[in-house]
Design a protein around this ligand. Structure first.
Ligand SMILES: O=C(O)CCC(=O)C(=O)O
Ligand SMILES: [Fe+2]
Length: 212
């Protein structure tokens, strides 16, 4: 059964992507989630087991400048920024978004990394989502809720740089092989006082980290 409000206009997506003038292989769908869907997810996220793990940078341990949780199918543990993240079972609305992405775009995912940025001081540095356990050929879908933030994309060689302001309900699909040639980041924005949530739906090779 098709859920109400869970559809969008593709021409709108094409326009939005054109508006960014970013040549990276992305699709931007403004307002992919309606207000009701955004609220349901936001409420659900109040009960997520967010963590702020320590990572080692130049020999020193620091807590990451945001908090995160990884929901995934069994066997889909993830190594991210040298952290080994064990899969937690999918909550209801995150699972619904996963189903929508599969239905609307044929975008398969078996895990979602949820990042929570308390305000404009929380960030994500330059990186590519090119971890070894990511299924070759797969796309990554990023859903934003809450505060608007600038999302930066830069080419690894040319350093050409583009900014996309992501607002609540927006969907950004990063198509294969974007991660090979491009990096992205979420810089500090001191003026932002509200919380932002971001969900990146990913397809991992199952049991990649299984031993024996
Ligand atoms: O918060 C964002 O928009 C980006 C998140 C991201 O790049 C990631 O989770 O790998
Ligand atoms: Fe990323």
């Amino acid at each position: 059964m098709k859920q109400q409000g869970f559809s969008f206009d593709l021409s709108q997506s094409a326009q939005a992507a054109a508006a960014t003038q970013c040549p990276a292989p992305i699709t931007l769908v403004r307002g992919f989630l309606n207000v009701e869907q955004q609220q349901a997810l936001m409420q659900e996220a109040q009960h997520y087991p967010f963590e702020r793990p320590q990572i080692r940078v130049y020999g020193q341990y620091h807590p990451i400048p945001r908090s995160q949780v990884w929901f995934a199918d069994k066997g889909c543990d993830y190594r991210y920024s040298n952290l080994f993240i064990e899969a937690v079972d999918w909550p209801k609305y995150a699972q619904r978004c996963r189903d929508m992405l599969a239905r609307e775009f044929g975008l398969q995912s078996n895990g979602v990394l949820v990042n929570r940025y308390r305000d404009g001081n929380d960030t994500m540095g330059w990186h590519s989502d090119d971890e070894v356990e990511i299924e070759p050929g797969s796309d990554i879908a990023s859903l934003t809720l809450g505060a608007s933030r600038d999302f930066l994309i830069r080419h690894k060689q040319t350093k050409a740089r583009y900014t996309i302001a992501l607002t609540s309900g927006d969907l950004l699909i990063m198509h294969w092989p974007m991660q090979q040639a491009w990096q992205h980041s979420l810089p500090k924005r001191k003026a932002v006082s509200d919380c932002r949530l971001n969900y990146t739906f990913r397809q991992l090779v199952p049991n990649f980290h299984a031993t024996g």
